[in-house]
Design a protein around this ligand. Structure first.
Ligand code: ZN
Length: 144
């Protein structure tokens, strides 16, 4: 079973749960969801988002230990949760993408021995088209 980690932003333009259901999850596929405001970004900001970082870390550790997901899918977007933290206000979309890559690499390292694949996507949907860009480590160098 796959574990999806994404932001709980309910605005129609965000609404990652709905978009993920439509594009990234096959019909009838059962998945685990770890969904809170900011989603995975706290894992890239352990100092600024210390409480959410601790929560996410604990939740992922529990999911891997108890439910052995074969894949963790991290989904980022132009997240407003950054603005909740003075030090992160005004974070650019390019930096938000890089943060998702940082999280992907962190989880890859952390759960490599558990045989967990880690993939990352960034929401680049427009009003009439749901689209997720797959992120790779070298995407960070391209996206400035
Ligand atoms: Zn968000």
């Amino acid at each position: 079973m796959r574990l999806f980690i994404y932001c709980a932003d309910p605005r129609p333009e965000a609404s990652l749960g709905r978009k993920i259901n439509e594009v990234l999850i096959a019909q009838g596929e059962q998945v685990m969801r770890l969904c809170c405001f900011g989603g995975p970004i706290a894992l890239a900001h352990p100092k600024e988002m210390a409480q959410t970082f601790a929560y996410m870390t604990d939740q992922i550790r529990f999911a891997v230990k108890c439910f052995s997901p074969e894949e963790i899918v991290i989904v980022g977007h132009d997240c407003g949760f950054y603005n909740h933290f003075v030090a992160l206000k005004g974070t650019s979309v390019a930096q938000k993408r890089k943060d998702i890559i940082v999280v992907m690499e962190l989880l890859k390292k952390r759960y490599a021995r558990n045989d967990v694949t880690v993939r990352a996507f960034f929401d680049v949907s427009s009003e009439d088209c749901i689209k997720f860009e797959p992120l790779h480590q070298n995407t960070a160098k391209l996206a400035v």
